[in-house]
Write a new protein. Structure first.
Length: 437
């Protein structure tokens, strides 16, 4: 197990974007866990390290000290893909691309950004901290490069046409009518062939759709670029928290129309039912690793607004049982109920038959696992996966008996549009129709 890195405050605040473009040129395995441009609270982390395996044996129930230091002070950053989690849970899965499996970086050098206090911290092994601090001070003096415009517009390839996706929605509703499931998170994929610059694409994505759990992770020949608004699992001082999102409305330019859309989302019976089903599922999942009686719903049906969408968010928490390790937590809660439906195993089994291909990193999770037991993992949604000769964007939504196929198809288009735009791509054919959107 790596030891916690030594931390040293830097002299002044600096923009994470400029630091990132300097650090990412130094190593093939690099990350940016990003609170978003203009963030006024939360933490961001930029760093590098060496490829490693998922640290399943780390204990998460330990209290922490040094509250003024960064919450993440060394450990691992990476992603856990959907198929690996579904397979571990006993569900059938599409033949996965082995390279799309779990990938983690064991951190060796980082810089942490406290957006609330406007302070920066250098983190490295004690005998490397002087050199790393000097490097960061030089990097901080370099101005951020302009964000390049996207390449000439391309048209994405769709795994399903809208009519085919609408048929799958009706099949989900029939499964619900038959009592096989009561919610299914149905997804599809849009692919943009060709080579893409992950760094420039991520810089465009974060400025177009800033989110509190954005991120860039590059390991080997793959890069994950995310503007995720959903925190999957957060662990600090032995308290586990999850914040499932279910319910979406697009933003509107007119303030009155925009407020009406948010109110419609908050009051919609179907969206509230969809959200509370996943809250109940997450309560059950956390109860497998938490002390009896400690599970709490701390927020229910809260509307959170982001540049492209309004979201309906709830918060569930519990106290980790003594001796709980990362592997226990993932076995209990992953894949996330907000990306499967419920009952979870039944939903995953039926979705495998319906979706016609792997989800890969999309619908998985990414973030950090600290060597001291701190965890912060986000859902891989509103995200792009860039490989050598293609990039792909997953999108989907929760289907209940009350779902309308036309509205669900339009929601998928709303979710996919911004990530595709960062790639310089647009939705294909009927997906781009004004009738749907």
């Amino acid at each position: 197990m790596p030891h916690r890195l030594s931390a040293r405050p830097l002299g002044s605040w600096t923009d994470p974007d400029g630091i990132f473009t300097r650090i990412e040129s130094e190593a093939p395995a690099v990350f940016w866990l990003d609170a978003g441009p203009g963030a006024v609270d939360g933490w961001s982390y930029i760093g590098l390290g060496h490829p490693d395996s998922l640290p399943t044996g780390v204990r998460i129930d330990r209290p922490r000290g040094d509250a003024d230091l960064p919450p993440f002070r060394g450990g691992w950053v990476g992603w856990h893909d959907y198929e690996s989690g579904a397979d571990a849970a006993g569900a059938p899965t599409a033949s996965p691309d082995a390279a799309a499996g779990p990938r983690w970086i064991r951190t060796t050098r980082m810089v942490a950004f406290d957006h609330t206090a406007r302070r920066c911290w250098a983190l490295a092994a004690a005998d490397e901290l002087d050199d790393w601090t000097e490097f960061l001070q030089v990097a901080a003096d370099a101005a951020s490069a302009p964000i390049p415009d996207p390449p000439r517009e391309a048209i994405a390839d769709a795994r399903h046409e809208p009519a085919a996706y609408a048929t799958l929605i009706e099949q989900c509703r029939e499964l619900i009518r038959s009592g096989i499931a009561y919610q299914l998170c149905l997804t599809t994929r849009f692919t943009v062939p060709g080579a893409h610059d992950p760094v420039s694409t991520y810089r465009r994505l974060r400025h177009a759709t800033p989110a509190h759990h954005g991120g860039f992770v590059r390991i080997g020949g793959r890069s994950l670029l995310s503007a995720s608004p959903e925190q999957f699992l957060h662990v600090q001082d032995g308290t586990i928290r999850t914040r499932p999102i279910k319910g979406t409305r697009p933003r509107a330019a007119d303030p009155l129309h925009d407020a009406a859309l948010a109110a419609e989302l908050r009051d919609d019976a179907k969206e509230r039912a969809e959200n509370v089903m996943i809250v109940d599922l997450m309560r059950n999942d956390l109860s497998r690793v938490c002390e009896p009686g400690s599970i709490r719903v701390q927020g229910l049906w809260v509307v959170e607004s982001y540049p492209a969408v309004h979201q309906l968010v709830s918060t569930v928490s519990g106290r980790a049982a003594e001796g709980t390790i990362v592997g226990d937590l993932l076995r209990a809660a992953f894949p996330a109920g907000s990306m499967t439906g419920a009952p979870k195993l039944s939903a995953m089994t039926r979705l495998h038959a319906l979706e016609g291909g792997p989800r890969g990193i999309y619908a998985g999770c990414f973030g950090y696992i600290g060597s001291d037991g701190a965890v912060d993992l986000a859902m891989v949604i509103r995200s792009i996966v860039v490989e050598r000769e293609r990039a792909y964007v997953g999108a989907g939504g929760g289907i209940t008996w009350g779902s309308r196929p036309d509205a669900e198809v339009a929601e998928v288009a709303t979710k996919a549009r911004a990530p595709l735009a960062a790639l310089g791509a647009v939705l294909p054919g009927r997906w781009a129709s004004d009738i749907l959107n």
